[in-house]
Write a protein that binds this ligand. Structure first.
Ligand code: PHE
Length: 347
C-alpha cells in the first residue's frame, strides 16, 4: 500500500509547482529547498527506513525515490523553461538596430530637349511614321544638290555651312535624309520621320547655336495634297501644345518644296490677341514645310506625275523653348542642375 505521507508530500509539491510564477528562478530554488534538501520532509523519511522490516524498507525507499525523482524532474523542467524565458527577454531588451537607412538615390530628370524629342517622335509614330536616321557628316550631294539646291545657287546662303572638304560638310538640316530615303525606297511610297543633329555656322546669340537638332518628316504617296500637310501638322501641334492652339500656314520659300509654308501657332501668352511675346502678331513660328518639289521627286527617282508628297522640318530646341518658356536656348546644353531639376517627373 502506498505510503500516505509520501503521496501527500508529492501532491503538495506538484501543487506548489503549479503555482510557480513564470520566469521566477528564486521560487524554484525555494521549492527545491523545501522538497529536496537534506532537511526536507521527504528526505527525513529516509531516516525512518532503518526501523522498518526489509520488505517495508524496500517499498518505502522506492516510493520516496520515485517521489523525489518526479519532483526533481518537474522542477528541472520549470527551471529550464524559466532560464529560456529570461534569455529571450534579455535578447529582446538588448536588441540593436544594425540596419542603416537606405542611401538616397535622387531621381534624375530628362533634359527638356529629350522630353520634347520623345513626345514628337511618339506623336508621329502613332500616326504610322517610321523613324529613320542619316549621317551627320554629309555629302554636298544629299545636303544640297538632290534637294534642288545646285552648286553656287544663292539659296545656299540661307544655311551657313561647316565644310570638311569641297564635297563634305556637317549637315545643315535633316533634309538630306529625304534624298537618302527616296534613293533607298526606289520609287515606293514612304512615310518617315528623322530626328537628328544639324550644324550651322551661326552666331552665338540667345536664339541660335552652331549645333542644334531637327526632326524631318516626309510622306510620299499618290494623291497627297497640301490639305494632308495641314491636317497632319495641325494634329501634331495640337497634341504637342494643346487643343486650344490654332495653327496658320504662311507662304514661304524652300528650294525643295513648292509651295512652301512657314507654320505658326497662336501665342501661348495672349492666345492670339497680340502681346510682347509674339511681337504683337498673335502667332509664333514653329516649323517649315511644304509640298515636295517636282524636281526633288524626279531627281530622287519618283515620277511627279504619279506621286506627290509633303515634307517638314521642326527645330527640337525651338519647340522646347516655346513649350517650356525657356529664356535662353543655351540652357539646354549647359547641364545646370538647377535648370534640369525643374523637369523632374512628378510622382
Ligand atoms: N530644312 C528646312 C530648314 O532647315 C526645313 C524644311 C524641311 C522645310 C522640310 C521644308 C521641308 O530650314
Amino acid at each position: 500500500m502506498a505510503n500516505n505521507k509520501v503521496q501527500e508530500i508529492l501532491t503538495q509539491a506538484l501543487e506548489d509547482i503549479k503555482t510557480l510564477h513564470k520566469g521566477n528562478i528564486e521560487e524554484i530554488v525555494n521549492l527545491r529547498n523545501k522538497y529536496l534538501s537534506k532537511k526536507a520532509e521527504l528526505m527525513a523519511l529516509f531516516a525512518t527506513l532503518g526501523k522498518l522490516s526489509p520488505e517495508e524498507r524496500k517499498t518505502l525507499g522506492q516510493e520516496i525515490n520515485e517521489a523525489r525523482n518526479r519532483i526533481q524532474l518537474e522542477l528541472d523542467a520549470k527551471q529550464k523553461e524559466a532560464q529560456e524565458d529570461l534569455l529571450k527577454e534579455k535578447l529582446e531588451k538588448e536588441r540593436i538596430d544594425i540596419s542603416l537607412p537606405a542611401r538616397n538615390y535622387s531621381k534624375g530628370a530628362l533634359n527638356p530637349f529629350y522630353i520634347v524629342k520623345n513626345q514628337i517622335v511618339d506623336i508621329f509614330v502613332d500616326m504610322g511614321y517610321e523613324v529613320v536616321e542619316g549621317p551627320e557628316v554629309e555629302k554636298d550631294l544629299y545636303n544640297f544638290e538632290l534637294l534642288n539646291i545646285p552648286k553656287d545657287h544663292p539659296a545656299r546662303d540661307m544655311q551657313d555651312s561647316l565644310y570638311i572638304d569641297e564635297n563634305t560638310l556637317l549637315r545643315t538640316h535633316t533634309s538630306p535624309v529625304q534624298a537618302r530615303q527616296m534613293e533607298l525606297r526606289k520609287g515606293q511610297p514612304l512615310k518617315i520621320i528623322c530626328p537628328g543633329k544639324t550644324y550651322r555656322r551661326d552666331d552665338d546669340d540667345m536664339t541660335h547655336s552652331h549645333q542644334f537638332a531637327q526632326i524631318e518628316g516626309l510622306l510620299i504617296d499618290k494623291n497627297i495634297n497640301i490639305g494632308n500637310l495641314k491636317a497632319t501638322l495641325e494634329l501634331f501641334l495640337k497634341k504637342l501644345f494643346g487643343q486650344n492652339r490654332e495653327i496658320r500656314l504662311r507662304p514661304s520659300f524652300f528650294p525643295f518644296t513648292e509651295p512652301s509654308v512657314e507654320v505658326d501657332i497662336t501665342c501661348a501668352s495672349c492666345g492670339g490677341k497680340g502681346c510682347n511675346m509674339c511681337k504683337g502678331t498673335g502667332y509664333i513660328e514653329v516649323l517649315g514645310g511644304g509640298m515636295v518639289h517636282p524636281n526633288v521627286l524626279k531627281m530622287n527617282g519618283y515620277d511627279p506625275e504619279i506621286y506627290s508628297g509633303f515634307a517638314f522640318g521642326v527645330g527640337i530646341e525651338r519647340i522646347a523653348v516655346l513649350k517650356y518658356g525657356i529664356d535662353d536656348i543655351r540652357r539646354i546644353y549647359q547641364n545646370d542642375i538647377r535648370f534640369l531639376n525643374q523637369f523632374k517627373k512628378k510622382d
